[in-house]
Design a protein around this ligand. Structure first.
Ligand code: FE
Length: 169
């Protein structure tokens, strides 16, 4: 990832693009209250992207329950995806984690995580956007080459049909 990929927007643009909660957390270094965020207890397989710029930040594979009320991960998908800087705010010495591409405040990283890294990336749900893994549970491979929400789904108005026993199609 090089500098040219950096995403920079004006304050007004961020305000327009983000919800008030997302804006407060990512641009003002806010912290959502524990056990209130969208993803603190989510176990859905997928990739957590930056809510500001879409960069892949964390994978469900490294997510674990730290009992702290925020989504916690042992590592980012790529060390280059995040930037870690000292944060002495609030009378604590912590390490802030921000998105390398757009500078969004994500949360903090602590040294009390589990193996293999010993790290706990404590991240605000409001900074993340979960992209659910597409192949989770679907092994049909119906051959129609549908790789998007195109018309191949026409007729199925619910997105929760989990192969309810009847034959495919
Ligand atoms: Fe970002």
């Amino acid at each position: 990832m090089d500098e040219s990929e950096r995403v920079e927007r004006s304050d007004a643009e961020w305000r327009a693009r983000l919800t008030p909660r997302q804006y407060e957390v990512t641009r003002l270094e806010g912290t959502e209250r524990p056990f209130t965020g969208r993803y603190w207890d989510t176990t859905t397989p997928g990739t957590y992207r930056c809510v500001g710029c879409g960069l892949e930040l964390f994978s469900s594979g490294t997510k674990y329950d730290a009992g702290c009320g925020w989504p916690s991960f042992t590592a980012p998908v790529d060390p280059a995806a995040v930037e870690e800087t000292p944060d002495d705010g609030h009378g604590m010495r912590r390490t802030e984690v921000i998105c390398r591409r757009c500078g969004a405040h994500l949360g903090h990283v602590f040294d009390d995580g589990p193996a293999p890294t010993g790290q706990r990336y404590c991240i605000n749900s409001a900074s993340l956007d979960l992209e659910e893994a597409e192949d989770a549970g679907s092994e049909s491979g119906s051959g129609s080459g549908s790789d998007s929400d195109s018309e191949s789904d026409a007729g199925s108005d619910s997105d929760s049909e989990s192969g309810s026993g009847s034959g495919s199609e």
